[in-house]
Design a protein around this ligand. Structure first.
Ligand code: DX5
Ligand code: ZN
Length: 226
């Protein structure tokens, strides 16, 4: 993975048809997805349960772009190698998931993946001040994690702060939750470069109507072009 700060759209398959992940992944990539965002939930760190390493390994057979795995689990460290084996390109852990985020990020990189750290809406930007050389991505949650289709929580001040803190480091700012053509411009103007979108991409489409996915992603791209 080479680093560039051009705008990327990462559809979240949490909003996809759970009975058809392979075709859904191929459909969003065919329609222009830059990354594929995979939401792992354990029913403990968040009040929802999705899938684990075996499913992510199966998704990998269909992902030809970047598999961006978002761990909403606690604890994290015991599972890092399983997600490396499953083929995750980026593995993002929540700073709130345990006391040793620094060690977690070290372990993710040691396992050969890009390391991400996610911040819930209640966690300030300064919480990652000492992690900026350990992380390749900062995921700013703009919903409380656990579900798709929630209302956007405005975190633009946090995004601006992070942009200043990161400086010229090769660190992505990813926005996750409630991203659509009305909210995307706010966070991109504040300095975000990766937009996760679930319901705003999958809304109204299907594997039999994949062009709707493309139209939805295009609407987000156009919204930030000003
Ligand atoms: C929420 C997940 C998000 C979610 C985004 O816990 O981390 O990735 O799937 O879905 P939308 O875009 O519908 O808010
Ligand atoms: Zn996510």
């Amino acid at each position: 993975m080479t680093f560039d700060r051009s705008l990327k759209i990462a559809p979240s398959i949490l909003s996809a048809d759970f009975a058809d992940f392979g075709r859904e992944i191929r459909a969003i990539e065919d329609q222009g997805a830059d990354w594929v965002h995979v939401d792992v939930m354990d029913g403990h760190f968040v009040p929802n349960l999705t899938f684990g390493p075996p499913a992510v390994k199966a998704f990998r057979k269909h992902v030809t772009t970047v598999m961006d795995v978002h761990l909403m689990i606690s604890p994290v460290d015991a599972y890092i190698n399983a997600y490396a084996d499953a083929g995750a390109d980026i593995l993002t852990a929540h700073i709130e998931a345990g006391p040793h985020i620094h060690r977690t990020l070290q372990a993710i990189r040691a396992a050969g993946m890009k390391a991400g750290v996610a911040l819930n809406p209640g966690t300030p930007a300064d919480a990652v001040a000492d992690l900026l050389d350990m992380a390749d991505l900062i995921c700013v949650m703009t919903v409380n994690p656990g579900f798709g289709g929630q209302k956007f929580i405005d975190m633009t001040a946090k995004v601006r702060r992070l942009r200043d803190m990161i400086g010229d480091r090769e660190v992505h700012i990813e926005i996750d939750g409630g991203v659509d053509p009305s909210t995307a411009p706010l966070v991109v103007a504040a300095g975000a470069d990766v937009l996760v979108a679930g319901s705003a991409v999958f809304r109204g489409g299907s594997v039999d109507k994949p062009e709707v996915y493309g139209e939805n992603m295009q609407a987000i791209r156009q919204s930030v072009q000003g």
